[in-house]
Design a protein around this ligand. Structure first.
Ligand code: NAD
Length: 339
């Protein structure tokens, strides 16, 4: 890679996330250009590639990854497609930003870990973007100072306006709570040891048969509890909130009160309607951090190990949802590459 030239990125998946990342790399971040767009849907790939001068549309990820102007890969296809693309990227030793989930289950995540270890160096940053959200970053920095004492509990709320038609009850865990799994591990510095999922009455606002909301309890190996209210058809907005309760104080983020108005005897603000609005800055910082690290020849941020652990915890969570009771998380020993 010529470090004086912008990094040429192949974006795989021209759906919602891929389109937003192409716009971001083209208009917001610096140091990179979108060299290729890949989608199984030819017309989609062509339409998105046409927005960027000199960008080529592909349907075959392998063809894009061998193009001379491609130096790095951003995977934004659906989770079950990630493993194949990651393995091709490793064959060409290309740096990857892989949207969450790393892969859709722990067994495939393990195969990715093994392949990356055979390369002998880290190649992947996983798209757990909350680590780049200014509010979450402040919370992490505060916890790191130790001023509040030992963290005992973390209360999380994760609400969406409405779920997409293909959403299943287990996807509330594997697609949505996956973010709180990573946030819990990152904020507290603990591993998750066991998962319990409780089911309140389903909301009349949820599609028939969908267990929504759910209440998830994550037990950590540091003796803390992290609970997650996941409610993907709340109807009123996209809200992600977290409150850490420590021995000497508490701290919370996500109240969305950056702008409070007072008018006609009422006070209030607005609620974001989706993740692209609430986490816009986080995505910008995530992608810029990845570009900068890649240009320096480094890999930083959430690793394939973090992606594997999230998959393993979510798998335990789905079992807890389906079978009831408390399910322990079984993790392999952390390989040296990720320590
Ligand atoms: P989407 O359904 O809008 O788009 C997916 C696109 O990938 C479609 O255009 C589809 O044709 C294409 N595609 C399907 N299989 C493919 C393959 N094998 N190779 C190439 N292209 C393929 O989905 P989305 O909402 O954009 O989600 C994409 C990824 O981003 C998922 O992994 C999702 O979990 C993740 N995501 C992350 C966040 C976040 O907050 N970090 C938010 C939303 C989505």
């Amino acid at each position: 890679m010529n470090r004086r030239k912008p990094l040429g990125i192949a974006v795989i998946g021209a759906g919602r996330m891929g389109t937003d990342h192409v716009r971001r790399i083209h208009e917001v971040t610096s140091g990179a250009r979108v060299a290729a767009v890949v989608d199984v849907d030819t017309e989609r790939a062509k339409a998105l590639a046409a927005r960027v001068d000199g960008c080529t549309a592909y349907t075959d990820p392998a063809a894009a990854m061998t193009a001379a102007d491609v130096d790095a890969v951003l995977i934004a296809s659906p989770g079950p497609a990630h493993e194949a693309d990651l393995l091709i990227a490793f064959e060409h030793d290309l740096p990857v930003l892989c949207e969450k989930p790393l892969t859709s289950d722990a067994a495939s995540a393990l195969r990715v870990l093994e392949a990356e270890q055979r390369l002998g160096h880290r190649r992947v940053q996983v798209g757990f973007m909350r680590r780049f959200d200014p509010e979450y970053a402040k919370l992490k920095a505060l916890l790191t100072t130790g001023q509040l004492g030992r963290p005992l509990m973390l209360h999380n709320r994760h609400r969406n306006v409405a779920s997409p038609p293909f959403f299943t009850s287990s996807m509330l865990i594997s697609d949505s709570v996956a973010h709180e799994v990573d946030a819990t591990r990152w904020l507290l510095g603990h591993e998750i040891a066991a998962v319990t999922v409780l089911r309140p009455a389903a909301s009349a606002g949820a599609p028939k048969g969908l267990c929504d909301p759910q209440f998830v309890v994550l037990e950590t190996d540091g003796g803390a509890l992290s609970d997650v209210e996941i409610f993907v058809n709340c109807g009123f907005g996209y809200q992600v909130q977290a409150e850490v309760v420590c021995e000497r104080g508490t701290a919370r983020v996500g109240d969305g009160n950056a702008l409070v108005t007072n008018m006609a005897g009422r006070w209030g603000g607005t609620i974001a309607q989706d993740w692209s609005e609430r986490f816009e800055t986080a995505y910008d910082r995530e992608i810029q951090t990845w570009i900068d690290a890649t240009r320096r020849g480094e890999v930083t941020g959430p690793s394939s190990w973090d992606g594997y652990v999230a998959a393993a915890v979510c798998e335990a969570g789905v079992r807890a949802l389906e079978e009831g009771g408390r399910v322990e998380v079984a993790l392999m020993e952390k390989p040296a590459l990720y320590r």
